[in-house]
Design a protein around this ligand. Structure first.
Ligand code: KIV
Length: 283
């Protein structure tokens, strides 16, 4: 299947065809996602929590994001891949934002970058777009500023807050973003913003009216058990599958059932017997 581009995503919005989107952090999962036909993949800074075991996304570095993005690109060469700009890779200056968006493109061959914030990151979005790169905005529950939000809490649950978020969404669109991710807001606010913007609007916990949906792959596969946000639907329970496999392995090794003959290499014909003879003759 040919790799989709921004024009395909814009047309999908116009046609009302939902965009399918997942996070991926490594080669094997990216490869399976491409085989399954996902429209886009995000190398999310959520890897800080679901891959590295940090309590949040703030410790994640550009170097970590680049290594994981390279692995995802190798697994999914024909999928539109977005690199997530980690905390303090773009907030300090427009020059930082352009340099780090450039690193994602030069070193990991991504198709676009994503950054968090509305009106306050307009200069950064403009800077990256004016340098020829594509930006996905991200507003609502923005994990990199969860301290200011009072934690990982749903946003825009009053009429005033929904209208303020709409202003952020419009600012992101006007700054030149090709798409916008809404996180952790009620469906009414998701619908208002999706219908008010020309660019595709993606949802993670923003209800069914958005132009597409994204989930964190470790949540939807049931691999990350520390907590499960309300908006997650689990499509598998890999944690259980993996734990059971590990237990069976332990049993097999302890009991001597593994390795069996089929897991062992064979000597050339006659060589085992020859070895025995040589050993008998040895002093
Ligand atoms: O880092 C991430 O995985 C995200 C999700 C909210 C999609 O930004």
């Amino acid at each position: 299947m040919a790799k989709k581009n921004v024009f395909d995503f814009a047309q999908m919005k116009q046609r009302g065809e939902k965009i399918t989107f997942l996070t991926a952090y490594d080669y094997p999962v990216a490869h399976l996602a491409e085989q399954a036909g996902l429209d886009m993949l995000l190398v999310g800074d959520s890897l800080g929590m679901v891959v590295y075991g940090y309590g949040g996304t703030l410790p994640v570095t550009m170097d970590q994001m680049i290594v994981h993005s390279q692995s995802v690109r190798r697994g999914a060469p024909n999928t539109f891949i977005i690199g997530d700009m980690p905390f303090l890779s773009y907030q300090k200056s427009v020059a930082d934002a352009i340099d780090n968006a450039g690193r994602f493109h030069k070193e990991a061959d991504v198709d676009a970058v994503k950054l968090e914030g509305g009106r306050r990151v307009v200069p950064q979005i403009k800077g990256i777009v004016d340098s020829g790169m594509l930006v996905m905005g991200h507003i609502g529950l923005t994990p990199q500023s969860s301290g200011q939000l009072g934690g990982f809490k749903a946003q825009a649950n009053t009429a005033e807050a929904a209208l303020a978020l709409l202003e952020d969404a419009k600012a992101v669109e006007e700054a030149g973003a090709f798409s916008l991710l809404l996180e952790g807001i009620p469906p009414e606010a998701g619908k208002l913003i999706t219908e008010s913007l020309k660019i595709p609007v993606l949802s993670i916990g923003a209800g069914p009216y958005c132009d597409g949906q994204v989930l964190i792959v470790s949540d939807m596969l049931g691999l990350f058990e520390a907590f499960t946000p309300k908006f997650v639907k689990k499509y598998a329970n890999l944690a259980e599958v993996i734990r059971n496999a590990f237990k069976a392995y332990i049993d097999d090794v302890k009991s001597g059932r593994f390795p069996a003959a089929e897991h062992c290499y064979k000597m050339k014909p006659g060589e085992a017997e020859k070895l025995e003879e040589l050993l008998k003759k040895a002093p």
